[in-house]
Design a protein around this ligand. Structure first.
Ligand code: PEP
Length: 252
C-alpha cells in the first residue's frame, strides 16, 4: 500500500460473460453501495459487448467500469476494433491496455500499447497499463530489466495518478495459480515506483501500481499488503461477485 493512495481492485473478465453475467455485476454494486466491500475502489472490465448494459447496471453507484482494450486511432476503417471514445461513450471510466494476452496473441509492442494508452487518456479514460515478464525472463534474472523496458516504452508521455494505473502481471502467474514471492513482488513494484518518479516526477509517487496474476481471496492479504502494491488486477476470481468481493475485503 502507498500512504494516501486509494487502492483499486479491478476485474478483468477477458472473453467471458454473457448478459446473464450482469447479475454478478449487480451483486458487486449492491455490496459496494452498501459499504460492505471495504475502502478500495472496485472496477469491473467485462467484454465490450456488455459495457453499455453494465454501465446501466452500475449507473449512480460506486463501482467503476472499464474496457479491456482500445484502438489507438479515434475512428476509421478498422473492422472489429473499438475506439477509446466508444468505450467512454458506453459508460466506462477505465481501459486496460497492453495485457500480456494482447501482447502475446496480437503482437502488441510497447509503442502500440503507449499509443493505445494515450488514446485512452485523450478520450477521458484512465489507462491501466499492463507489464510483466515471462517465466524464462524471470529465471534468467531479467524480470526488472524487462519490466523497466516495458514501463519506459508503454506509459503515456504525460500522465499522473488520475489518468494512469500500472499493473504488474508476471505472465507466468496469470491463470496458473502460481504467484511470485512477496519479496519478488515488492522488488518489482519498488522498481516501477522509481521509474514512475523518473517519468512523471513527484506525481509518480501517487500513481497506483496493481499486482495481477492468480490473486485469490486466500492470497490477497499477503500480496496486497506489500509496499507499493496499490490494489490488484484480477482475472478468474473476478467473474464471481463473491470471490471478487472477498478480495476487495482485504481493505475492510
Ligand atoms: C489477468 O488476466 O489480468 C489476471 C490477473 O488473471 P488471473 O487473475 O486469472 O491470473
Amino acid at each position: 500500500m502507498t500512504p494516501g493512495v486509494r487502492p483499486l481492485v479491478a476485474g478483468n473478465w477477458k472473453m467471458n460473460g454473457l448478459s446473464a453475467s450482469l447479475a454478478e455485476i449487480k451483486a458487486m454494486r449492491e455490496a459496494v453501495d452498501a459499504g460492505k466491500a471495504g475502502a478500495a475502489e472496485l472496477a469491473v472490465c467485462p467484454p465490450a459487448t456488455l459495457l453499455a448494459q453494465a454501465a446501466w447496471t452500475l449507473k449512480g453507484g460506486k463501482v467503476s467500469l472499464g474496457g479491456q482494450d482500445c484502438h489507438a486511432k479515434e475512428s476509421g476503417a478498422y473492422t472489429g476494433d473499438i475506439a477509446a471514445s466508444m468505450i467512454k461513450d458506453a459508460g466506462a471510466q477505465y481501459v486496460i491496455v497492453g495485457h500480456s494476452e494482447r501482447r502475446q496473441y496480437h503482437g502488441e509492442t510497447d509503442a502500440a500499447v503507449k499509443a493505445k494508452a494515450e488514446a485512452g487518456l485523450k478520450a477521458g479514460l484512465v489507462a491501466i497499463v499492463c507489464v510483466g515478464e515471462t517465466r524464462t525472463e524471470r529465471e534468467a534474472g531479467k524480470a526488472i530489466e524487462v519490466v523497466s523496458t516495458q514501463v519506459r516504452g508503454s506509459l503515456p508521455a504525460s500522465g499522473g495518478p488520475d489518468t494512469v494505473v500500472v499493473a504488474y502481471e508476471p505472465i507466468w502467474a496469470i491463470g496458473t495459480g502460481l504467484t511470485p514471492t512477496p519479496a519478488d513482488v515488492a522488488e518489482v513494484h519498488a522498481a516501477i515506483r522509481r521509474l514512475l518518479g523518473e517519468i512523471y516526477g513527484a506525481a509518480g509517487a501517487k500513481v497506483r501500481i496493481l499486482y495481477g496474476g492468480s490473486v485469490k481471496p486466500a492470497n490477497a492479504k499477503e500480496l496486497l499488503g506489500l509496499a507499493n502494491v496499490d490494489g490488484a488486477l484480477v482475472g478468474g476470481a473476478s467473474l464471481k461477485a463473491v470471490d471478487f468481493l472477498a478480495i476487495a475485503a482485504t481493505y475492510l
